[in-house]
Each structure stands twice: as C-alpha cells, then as structure tokens.
Design a protein around this ligand. Structure first.
Ligand code: PLP
Length: 479
C-alpha cells in the first residue's frame, strides 16, 4: 500500500488541493440534500442515515471515497447556522476567511505547549491576546463615565495595579474561561472564596465551583433577568468569607447585561473579586454603536470572551482576559521536556502556564486573520447588523396581534410567544419546526413562562427572512 499523503511539507499543498475540492463538493451536495436549516425527520431519521453512510467503522480495507461520503452525510445532517431560520443558540455561522485560516492550522499543526512546536504561532498568540486584552481593559467606552470605576481600591488584593499589565489566555470557550476565572480566584483569594452570581449566570459557573471543590455558591434570584445591585449588596454584607462576584454581560437566555458599573462599584467597596462573563456580549466591544453597553467591563479582574459567538469564528475561539497578568502565576507549571529552566533562561518562551491543556491548537490564527481582514469597522458592522435585525424582529413581534414580545433586545436575542398559548403549546411548536426541519428556534424560561427564542448571529439574514419566520411560527401554532 502507498503511504497516504501528508498535509504539511512540500507535497502537502498539491496533495490537499484535490481533497479540498472533494470536501467543497460534498459540502454543497449535503446542503442541497438537506434543503433547509436542519435535516427533516428528527433524531431517528438522521441516525439511520448516518449509520448507513458510516457502515463498518474500521473496515479491513480502506475506502478512498470515505471523505466524500462522510462529509456529505455530516453536511446533510447538519444544523446550518448560515441558514436564516437556524437561530436558536449562540451558534454562529463562521466566516469563510476564518475557516480557511483554520485549515492552515490543521495543516501546520503547531502545538502551543512549547516554543519548539510553535515558534511563530506562540508569538502570534502573545501579540493578539495582549491586543484583545487591551480592547477589554484600556479602551474607554465613549460617553460612558467609566473613569469613575477605572481604579477601584484593591484592598483585598493589594494596591492598584497598572492596567497595562493585562493579558488574555486562549480557551476552548466560555466554559473553560469561567473555570479558569474561578481557579485563579481560588488561588489568589484562598480556598474559602465563595462564588456569588445571579440565577441568570451560565450553568458553567456553579459547575466550576463544584469542579474546583469550592464552597457552594450563593445564587441570587434574578426575577427581572439581571443581577440586582441591592440584592447583591445584601449578599456581600452577609458573608464573611472572601467573595468572587460573577456578573454576566449577555445572558444566554435573553442577552441581557447585568448593571456592570454598579456591580463593579459594590465589588470595590466590599473587596470582592469581580469576574464578568461576556461570552456573548464581549463582541459588542467591536461596535462603536453598542460598546458603551459594556461600561464597567474594564474593571473586572477577569473577563470571559467567546469569539465563536458574536465573533463569527469556527469553534473553538474562547478567551479569558485577566486584568493583572500576575494573577496567571497560579497556572505556572514545570515539565522538563517542555520548559526546562536552562531553556527558559536561554530565552525560549515558557508557554505551559498559558493553559491547563498541554497539546493545544493555535486557535489564535483564525482570530488574528479575522481581526485584520475585517478591521474594527468590518467587525463592528457585523455586530450592528445582527443587533439591528433583532430590533426589527422584536418590532415585528410587538406589532403582531398574534404574538407577545418578552422585552426589546439588549443584544441580538429576542424572546417571543404566540399570544394566549400554554407553555406546552410553545414547546410543541418548537419541536414541530425542528422535526420538520423548517426552523431551529430556542426556548427560554422568563417571567415564569416559556418563550421561543431567536438568537440572531447571521449577518446575512434579511428582514424578509424574519417576517417569513414569524409566519411559519404562526402557521405551526395550533389554534
Ligand atoms: C455560551 C456561554 C458560555 C459557555 O461557552 P462555551 O463556549 O459554550 O463553553 C458561558 N457563558 C455564557 C454567558 C454563554 O452564553
């Protein structure tokens, strides 16, 4: 048997080209066979098509057509976030340029755990993460009066530290970023540190407290959808242990943003550490029109960002920004084969402390390519576009007598429900559209009722698509 071609090296590009043609054709065939935002027929039908396409997983003799067959099957059975009616989750359609950059990463296969596996990629990561951390920590949102919160007293963790000392780590997403934020808090504040967060916080935060063996978190009810400063104040007053407050900038269910300046002020007053989960809302930083909604972000000790949400990256593209990069010393790790002292002293960068992972993909390349290709203006325009679509959709819902709107959107999430429907009917509408493969809508509980949720992340969605979506839901609702 001939050795299969490698992706890198001088023969890599010519070997890859025909395979890429195959992949691109199979992607097109699969999408045409699907003919909608997701495959029709529900889990049973999809599972049986996948089983047929896969056949024997490890046959005695290989089949060179497997690339075409499996890519086509995956595409046919995909939920495609580039379809305007695929709008349930924080599941974005990736930019073509970012996917192309990611291909280069797969080919070159650098690993970010030591310089000798990723010489250029490690420098690129250092530069781009620092620049992104500066976006979070140095840029003052316009007209926002942020200066009042720019330098809170740091009684619990030492004197005020210059903002220039910030940095960011690359993660697999918001979940890992939140875990790291809690780990850093535990290492800096001690094992008794207690997480305080709203019931609106992402489930990965209390889960991280459990994972890290921290005390049970204080979960503050959020009946309005955001963390109420008065209730937070009471919680901060009643505990004696050091506290880590986690606020959310863009909740997963509604896209609402906690009152960050007030929360930051309370944290400073009570010497609590502040983490802001901006996995969703962080993308607003790119928009001149919307970034003032993030006022207060720059005083957080740590900030979760997730560019595979409002950043149009293929998964994974998470970040944890850290206001004081000295906080990262808690992650320092020594393994002689990766960062021997004499190598580090001789000038080889020590990368192990930049993640809890060892082997790690340079997800920074697609991010860097995107930032530079689109620029602040291009990215901001995408953000503005999806926020505008959400505003228009909310208006459509509001003006339609057959529907009820939860609230005007803060970012690009809209909750709505057929008027006078029961929660069971709302859930059934969503499942019917899923099973028919006609629309992918989310669900969220708010104000004690179940709502249909659209999360608009597709900048090519047109107003007419959304009018069609509303009609489709109307036609699916039993009367
Ligand atoms: C999506 C989300 C997360 C989790 O991010 P993953 O990338 O899915 O791990 C955390 N927090 C919030 C607010 C989110 O919306």
């Amino acid at each position: 048997m001939n050795t299969p071609p490698l992706a890198s090296g001088p023969e890599g590009p010519p070997s890859l080209r025909p395979l890429l043609d195959t992949v691109l054709e199979a992607l097109g065939e699969g999408a045409r066979a699907r003919g909608g935002p997701l495959p029709a027929g529900g889990p049973g039908a999809v599972a049986s098509r996948v089983r047929d396409a896969l056949g024997d997983v490890l046959p005695d003799e290989g089949d060179p057509d497997s690339l075409r067959h499996l890519v086509r099957a995956l595409a046919e059975g995909a939920a495609d976030p580039a379809d305007p009616l695929c709008a349930a989750h924080l599941h974005c359609p990736p930019l073509a340029v970012a996917a192309a950059a990611d291909l280069a990463v797969s080919v070159l296969n650098p690993s970010m755990d030591s310089w000798d596996q990723a010489p250029a990629a490690s420098e690129l990561e250092a530069l781009v993460t620092r620049a992104l951390a500066n976006e979070v920590y140095l840029e003052v949102p316009r007209g926002a009066g942020l200066h009042r919160y720019a330098a809170p007293p740091r009684g619990a963790t030492g004197p005020h530290r210059p903002a220039a000392d910030n940095d960011a780590l690359v993660t697999t997403g918001g979940t890992e970023s939140n875990q790291l934020a809690l780990l850093l808090a535990r290492e800096i504040q001690g094992p008794e540190v207690r997480l305080i967060c709203g019931a609106n916080a992402h489930h990965s935060l209390p889960r991280a407290a459990w994972l890290l063996g921290m005390p049970a978190p204080v979960i503050i009810p959020t009946p309005t959808g955001t963390l109420d400063p008065t209730t937070l104040h009471t919680a901060l007053q009643s505990g004696s242990a050091p506290a880590l407050v986690a606020a959310t900038a863009g909740t997963t269910d509604t896209g609402q943003i906690d009152p960050l300046p007030e929360i930051a002020h309370l944290c400073a007053e009570h010497h609590a550490r502040l983490h802001i989960d901006a996995a969703y809302g962080g993308g607003l930083l790119f928009s001149d029109r919307h970034r003032a909604k993030l006022t207060g972000l720059s005083v957080a000790d740590t900030v979760t960002l997730d560019l595979h949400k409002l950043g149009w990256q293929p998964v994974a593209a998470g970040l944890l920004a850290v206001r004081d990069k000295n906080d990262l010393t808690a992650l320092h790790q020594h393994a002689d084969y990766l960062n021997a002292d004499d190598d580090t002293e001789a000038g080889l960068p020590d990368l192990l402390g930049r993640s809890l992972r060892t082997t790690r993909r340079p997800d920074i390349l697609k991010i860097a390519v995107t930032l530079k290709t689109l620029g602040r203006t291009g990215l901001g325009a995408l953000v503005d576009q999806v926020c505008e679509r959400a505003r228009e959709f909310a208006q459509l819902v509001h003006d339609h007598p057959g529907f009820e709107l939860h609230e005007p959107p803060t970012i690009s999430t809209v909750l709505f429900r057929p008027a006078n429907a029961t929660d069971d009917a709302v859930a059934a509408v969503r499942r019917k559209l899923l099973t028919d493969g006609r629309a992918v809508l989310g669900r969220a509980r708010a104000a004690d009722r179940l709502w249909l949720k659209v999360t608009l992340l597709n900048p090519t969605t047109r107003p007419a698509d959304l009018a069609g979506l509303l009609q489709l839901v109307e036609g699916t609702t039993p009367r």
